[in-house]
Ligand binder design. Sequence first.
Ligand code: ARG
Ligand code: GLU
Length: 734
Amino acid sequence: MTKKTLTFGLLILFVINTLHASEGMWLPILLKKYNIEEMQQKGFKLSAEDIYDINNASLKDAVVGFVRLSSPFHHFCSGEVISPEGLVLTNHHCGYGAIQSHSSIEHDYLTDGFWAMSKEEELANENIGVCFLRRMEDVTNEVLNKIPENATKEIRDSIINAQIEKIETEATDGNELSAKVKPFFSGNEYYLSVYEIFRDLRLVGAPPSAIGKFGGDTDNWMWPRHTGDFSMFRIYANKENKPADYSEENVPYKAKRFLEIAIDGVEKNDFTMVLGYPGTTEEYLPSFAVKLKTEVENPAKIKIRTKTLELMKSDMDADAEVRIKYAAKAAGIANGWKKWIGENKGLKRLDALTTKQELELEFTKWVNQSDDRKIEYGHVLANYEELYKKLEPHQLALNYIYETLFSTELLKFSRKLQALTDITKGANDEKNQETLNKLISNTKGFYKDYNLETDKKIFSALVTFYYTDIDKSLHPKSFQLIDKKFKGSIDAFVDYIYSKSMLPYPEKMQAFLEAYSYRKMKKFTNDPMVKLYYETINIYASSIYPPYKQYHSEINELHRIYVKGLLEFQKDKVLFPDANSTFRIAYGTIDDYEPRDGVSYFHQTYLSGIIEKDNPEIYDYRVPEKLKELFTNKDFGSYGTDKKTMPVCFTASNHTTGGNSGSPILNENGQLIGINFDRNWEGTMSDVMYDPDMCRNITLDIRYVLFIVDKFAGAKHLVDEMTLVNAKQKRQLP
Ligand code: ARG
Ligand code: GLU
């Protein structure tokens, strides 16, 4: 409890006991059972069926998951449909890859923004699409009830896999839907999700980075925030309104349901709810895992990324071309880096380790109360302790190989080029040519964002980390050159690889690929960079992954039992399953917070705050002239508050995580009031432990989005597609 609430402590004790905090990411099909009453007490005016209904269009039909078509059940972001013609809103950082891929020095959409002034100007994208959840179902019984008692793990797994396959096949038989069964509560429950995945998604608009990424990585994960983090896409479908590959014949998707947009703003304590696809949380970890994460894994990853970022940033600051090439790469690296730093601080502040240990103590007491429980759960905590101890060096080596060698640009590129070894003898074979053409085009894409000097410095730093911190038995074979040929000089080793390999050189590589036939395979596999890649893969596959996998699968098995025990032990509480990239609902209220002693944050920021931050010297804080003009003239259209101020972002207490980016934030009537895009730094530990006083999600106020589209970009035609309402006065605006 904060100091403020202490004053009213006694008065509100009753309320707190009957209402839960805002913790939790809930399943749409269980809202009616567990949540709807509490939601309505908090102010929600609609029913559970208004959110999820398979017979009628409901709010879930206006929410999308963004996917790469190559991995359609992992949602890297969320989004919402806001017009009858399939217009979709998401974050700028979710559309970043697409915006960047259409950008060049001549058309720098990252810097200048992009607005399609007609549908013809909308830009097609490769490999990304959106899915709609059409149906969800509890299939726990079907998946688990064929498992005989005392089945071995192998038998258990094989029955589960067979049942899952059967359920997925049945769900997609005779239709064009996609189905996925995933485990929940560590495999104690299973749910089927059936999706319709649209594959033709076009870029409609994005503000300049000076708006969409305002504050950049300096403000990332922080409040107060002023980032206009949005971009717009449109879903295209075939003439039957069904998913189709990109085609000029495709037409805008006729939305089953789209969101109304409420433009009368938010006040503290207003009800809010978030729909979308949170990726991963780990709320039920034992103390041993929390210790490993906070004391070993996070510090190692933070150390490595700090160095990479330092090197990247100094080259980006020195050269505009490098900045464009490395912008998305740096943002990706910085995002995780800063989150881990915040997470560690938050878990320390909460003393998460002690909290977990106390829970485990209580759990043990409960277990010891009955012989049956002792048999089922008595071994769990001791086994955890032993397994985590054994896992530690392997977990660290795994983190290292991913964060260092596998993170170097040229080893990643080698992985793509591996397809060359598929090219067979028949020289004119069509399939060979197809493989080659694809590689040639991928290669062009790769070099478009490549800078040799920057890459080489980072490569050298990452090799140094691995070489110095990881046991020699886990070094790739080429590292022997460092010891023998180069007398311990990593620089000499790096110089050698970069002078002998063709991968750092676009022209050499292009020429090599264009003249490629299976006879050249040796030249490829003997390239020192490619050799290092294969050696790294070998070490990983032979000595790093197997022990890691072994301990993890033992831990997972234990986790299933532990979570089962926790569910029983805490059966008077309704627990939510960890996020796993399935559709969830979180709800809470508009709320402020006190980040530290003596400091209190307000829940809303305004355009005036952007003007305060303006600093032409600092890249992250350059405010576009046009925005300054609009501010000076108070030219906010009908989107400002009392025509005097322009709201930008707000905070609320919804429990969200990575993947919730782009999620709609809805008011009590299910109308759109903002787009989720971040969490506060003090609350990033919510993936492991939620703190109602400190955890806030950060939302882009929808009024700022409309203002930018209409007043800044002059793309009023897009606002005209939407339905704006004044929720508090309950009328539709003209
Ligand atoms: N922290 C947000 C998220 O996890 C935003 C990331 C993108 N923004 C950035 N400045 N890197 O995805
Ligand atoms: N920015 C995150 C995302 O991309 C959302 C912030 C969070 O992790 O809560 O999904």
